[in-house]
Design a binder for this molecule. Structure first.
Ligand code: NDP
Length: 241
């Protein structure tokens, strides 16, 4: 299966960019959204990426990105929702604004993008949606109540949507990464990362390409009978949850 139109939110860096490169290698037509700067040409491979500026927390940005995508490449046949942020702090000190910002980007942003993508998929009677959650959705993490809630919310959202659209052969699945070597992880305090790493049976960080491999599978023809699943890519941290 190649030559599909693939849209990846948060595809300028990290896991989203690794997914973009993987789909490029497969011969798909790939668009990525970014918030601040597009992926550097040196970070791309294969056919150039269509880079769309889009803050998933802004409804007009999402509509504009889909309009450009559909005009340039056609409707998305595969959607990977990878855009995400953290804004950590203990609950006692967490402002409403920090709570809302993380929920708005990670959960509501994914709702917004999936809602816009689903119409053409239902019409075509095929489509793949993969949402990037996190191991902390299941395990919790002190100082990440907003982030863990947003990522746990994605699981309920994905499973509900999976049931809604299964009749049209559209699948909706979740990948739950553990500690992956990206900018997001570098932002964590070193001792915090070391403490988390000590709980990983495979005793190393994951590579973004290892998450991309799971996303590739869930978007592939081989995964045609898989929907509503959560695939952990976490070195055993959650033992499949
Ligand atoms: P990075 O911080 O490396 O990249 C985040 C990406 O999301 C960037 O492309 C960024 O764009 C984009 N983004 C952030 N906010 C928005 C927004 N409001 N609208 C559009 N795009 C946005 O993170 P990772 O690659 O590590 O994370 C990717 C996903 O994987 C996230 O959802 C994260 O929660 C999840 N994850 C990561 C883990 C890890 O250990 N790294 C573990 C578990 C889950 P820009 O560059 O423009 O800011």
């Amino acid at each position: 299966m190649s030559g599909r139109v693939v849209l990846i939110t948060g595809g300028s860096r990290g896991i989203g960019l690794a997914c973009a490169r993987r789909f490029q290698e497969l011969g798909d037509h790939v668009a990525v959204t970014y918030r601040t700067s597009p992926p550097a040409p040196r970070d791309q491979g294969g056919e150039p990426l269509l880079a769309l500026r889009c803050d998933v927390a802004v409804p007009e940005d999402v509509e504009a990105a889909f309009s450009t995508l559909e005009a340039e490449l056609g409707p998305a046949e595969v959607l990977v929702c990878s855009a995400g942020i953290t804004d950590d702090g203990l609950l006692m000190r967490m402002s409403e604004e920090r709570w809302h910002q993380v929920i708005e980007t990670n959960l509501t942003g994914t709702f917004r993008v999936a809602k816009r993508a689903i119409g053409p998929m239902l019409k075509a009677r095929r489509g793949r949606i993969v949402m990037i959650s996190s191991a902390v959705a299941y395990l919790g993490n002190a100082g990440q109540a907003n982030y863990a809630a947003s990522k746990a919310g994605l699981v309920g959202f994905a499973r509900s949507l999976a049931r809604e659209v299964a009749g049209r052969s559209v699948t909706v699945n979740v990948v739950a990464p553990g500690l992956i070597d990206t900018d997001m992880l570098s932002a964590l305090a070193e001792e915090h990362t070391a403490a988390l790493l000590s709980r990983v049976p495979l005793a190393r960080l994951g590579d973004p390409a290892e998450v991309a491999a799971a996303v590739e599978y869930l978007a592939s023809a081989s995964a045609g009978y898989v929907t509503g699943a959560v695939l952990a890519v976490d070195g055993g941290l959650g033992m499949g949850h």
